[in-house]
Design a protein around this ligand. Sequence first.
Ligand code: SF4
Ligand code: SF4
Length: 391
Amino acid sequence: MDRRTFLSLSALAGAGAAIAPQAAISAVKSRPGMKNDTTPIATRQLGLTGMEIPILSMGVMRADNPAVVRAAYNAGLTHFDTAHGYQNGKNEEMLGTFFKGRDRSTFTIATKGKADPRSDNFEQDYATLFDTSLRRLQMDYVDIFYFHAADDVETLSNPRLLALLKKFKDSGKARHIGFSTHAHKPAQIDEAIASGVFEVCLVSYNFKLNILPELNAAIRRGVKAGMGFVAMKTMVGGAEDAEGNRRVNGASCLRWVWQNPDITTAIPGFTSFDLLDNCLEAAHSPVLMPADAEYIAALQTRPMLFCQNCGNCIDQCARRLPIPAIMRAYMYNFGYRHPALSKETLTELALTGNECAGCRACTVDCPSGFKVAEKIAAITPIVNVPSCYLT
Ligand code: SF4
Ligand code: SF4
């Protein structure tokens, strides 16, 4: 999308059309102790799940301070997103401790888990994983259970996966079933619609996506079929530049996301009170203003940190390295400032920290302008740093 198209789209939405047209929009109910109870946050329906949640939710992934969760909850956020793997389970445990004894009708929880449906013990392993998550959360059920990070289209139609996910729902342990994807391929959404099992999709969604028109069209098809859409990676990596030096204005990024009424909520991963305040500022004033649009249009021309996951680099690479995932790990470290998550991502890929050694010249030409060999050299050595030194 070029700058002119972007600005004209923004102008269309900026007059208030962005937030108003969704049929079921209302204001989040206040609760005792709520910080901003006089300026309610808009809510939207999540597909046909019956869940009505504020347009701002909390991606808990990197948060390790329960006081930030408390502040978000007291400010009126009701939806909290975690995963089995985040912080080796401590993230789910923190939420479990925080929500223990609280009125279950005042919040909703999503967690995610990944397993290979082609593996011999898939059913048993995946059920054990899910039960472990529930135990850590100290809950009988989660509101959404996502199949975590679906990389391809085929997995979403795997009969063993679909049968087990249905079983999770029938057991009452998962009220709704979803999938998350970093690949953000429209074909995945179409496959999920066809399956009849997936009710929610957690998708990377930001102004940097090269395939935005195609993705928006697929999301529209999903909404028509009754699916709900939750946006992640809304901060485009958290930094304005490819090196991670200048922090991005999160409020503008969120306002841009909320222009699309098909996106129910965004789950930025704020870890501090300042970042929460920045997100709340946007949630209480969610319409994209000309200054936001100008700011975002200016960022369109910069490489930033968000990898498109187009996959073009893999065939170009002499060693067929999993470059998109390595770029994500780079973003986690230099954008999110979360080296432990970066190491976790690279360790899953079984990297050694010396991937490009001996390669005379990099043959990869990334359409996003990433100098991939430099980034790989900068981030992969983290796999050899003892975890006790990483946060
Ligand atoms: S070519 Fe560039 S944008 Fe595309 S997946 Fe590779 S690193 Fe990411
Ligand atoms: S330098 Fe690294 S990324 Fe580039 S072609 Fe060689 S192995 Fe692949």
